[in-house]
Design a protein around this ligand. Structure first.
Ligand code: SAM
Length: 407
């Protein structure tokens, strides 16, 4: 059966109109003519008859099977337009039209944190990502996503899998690039005993890891796993949120700075370990609010040890259950808000009733962003612009930063 791909779904799956409804075909692009056997809503053994001009040779040999990347077969410009379209569509769903400023895409080999899987094998260890929609492990020796400093951790990860993994279970290995060497968290490993502790300490030392966390326990700390935010250095607690690439963080911070202008009193909501609070403290007194006490403590310590910053106060608070009320924004000239994927429904409702002149909103989910944008607009804010930021290149994730101001 021959079909023509009409569009891409939100997860990058290509969609064609079959005789009995939509048919999904992985790894195809709009306009491509494909042939295969329809089974249910899928096209099996799909062959391309007419390739799209947007099709490119994937830079990674595992691109077809590895679940780490979905869009390596498409030109960067195509992916950027597709991601802009996702944001435009989410806004249109709430009746909003906005100025979309270009897409800032992080380069290949720039991811500074990632989670891989590892399993013991007969001869040693295997590391990789899961195949698309399956448990199968696809090796990632030439991964085009990860920063070279993370690729260089692979021998350490193999040693960890050999020391603390088994051939029947899989380990989850989360790595973060830090100024003091890689910070590694291992989940699913053998229970700790005396020998394993010694082995893990030896591997940490031999491979220059900054910190090793096994399950919930930090078993080795060779050096504080510092990150730089503006003039401050912060050692985030294990597993703390961090923007995925330095380039993505820079793009988001640039947009946030452009949004808040010269504001000298800023409240940073869902502040994490200070990605925005600490750089903004070179121009403003900042109140940082975040749900995780350990992240607030790390931010506070980083601020106290830095020189030449305005005051940064911290508050641990669940902003879903206890959002800041309008009177708590008295005198605040700008709010930065960067919630998790669920968005910030409760906090947006109170912000919409506040007098804050400017809101810099960062989001990793255009759908919840658009929902919250509608509430702000109903409260009298205008959406001035939206920057699309792509720090998860070749994936279906989309991030953005936007400016709202009191109309
Ligand atoms: C997308 S991250 C942004 C963090 C920070 N702005 C950054 O760029 O690094 C969202 C943050 O919201 C925090 N968070 C999640 N749920 C929360 C809640 N109910 N109340 C307060 N903070 C929450 C998370 O711990 C996380 O640090």
């Amino acid at each position: 059966m021959k079909l023509t791909i009409e569009r891409l779904g939100h997860l990058g799956d290509a969609i064609a109109q079959g005789p009995d409804g939509p048919v999904y075909v992985p790894q195809m692009l709009p306009g491509e003519e494909v042939e295969g056997e329809i089974q249910g809503d899928k096209l099996l053994n799909a062959r391309i008859l007419t390739p799209s001009a947007d099709r490119v040779k994937p830079p990674c040999p595992h691109a077809r099977s590895c679940g780490g990347c979905l869009m390596q077969h498409a030109r960067d410009g195509f992916v950027a337009d597709w991601k802009m379209g996702i944001v435009r569509g989410a806004l249109a769903g709430q009746g909003i039209e906005a100025e979309l400023r270009g897409v800032l895409t992080s380069p290949p080999q720039s991811r500074r944190r990632a989670t891989l899987s590892g399993r013991r094998t007969k001869g040693g260890a295997m590391l990789g990502f899961h195949a698309r929609g399956s448990d199968q492990l696809i090796p990632a020796p030439n991964c085009q996503l990860l920063h070279p400093d993370l690729m260089a951790v692979f021998p350490a990860l193999e040693a960890l899998v050999i020391a603390g993994g088994s051939r029947t279970t899989e380990l989850s290995l989360t790595l973060t690039r830090t100024l003091a060497g890689p910070d590694v968290i291992v989940a699913g490993g053998k229970p700790l005993d005396g020998q394993l502790r010694l082995d893990l300490a030896r591997i940490t030392e031999a491979h220059g890891l900054s910190r090793l966390t096994w399950g919930d326990e930090t078993v080795a700390l060779r050096a504080a796993p510092m990150q730089r935010f503006g003039k401050a250095l912060v050692a985030p607690p294990p597993g703390a949120f961090l923007q995925a690439t330095v380039e993505g963080e820079r793009a988001l911070l640039g947009a946030v700075r452009a949004a808040v202008g010269s504001a000298d009193r800023i409240t940073d909501l869902f502040a994490g370990v200070g990605t925005f609070s600490l750089p903004l403290a070179d121009q403003a007194a900042v109140h940082a609010v975040e749900g995780e006490a350990a992240m607030m403590a790390a931010l506070d310590k980083g601020w106290r040890q830095a020189q030449g910053l305005h005051r940064v106060s911290v508050e641990t608070r669940d902003l879903f259950r206890r959002p800041l009320e309008p009177d708590e924004f008295k005198g605040v000239q700008a709010v930065v808000i960067d919630p998790p994927r669920a968005g910030a429904e409760a906090q947006t409702a109170t912000l919409a009733r506040s007098d804050v002149p400017v809101i810099a909103a960062v989001s990793c989910n255009p759908v919840t962003f658009a929902r919250d944008a509608r509430v702000l607009r109903a409260g009298g804010y205008q959406l001035d612009w939206v920057h699309v930021v792509d720090q998860f290149r070749w994936s279906s994730h989309v991030e953005l930063a936007a400016r709202f101001s009191r109309a």
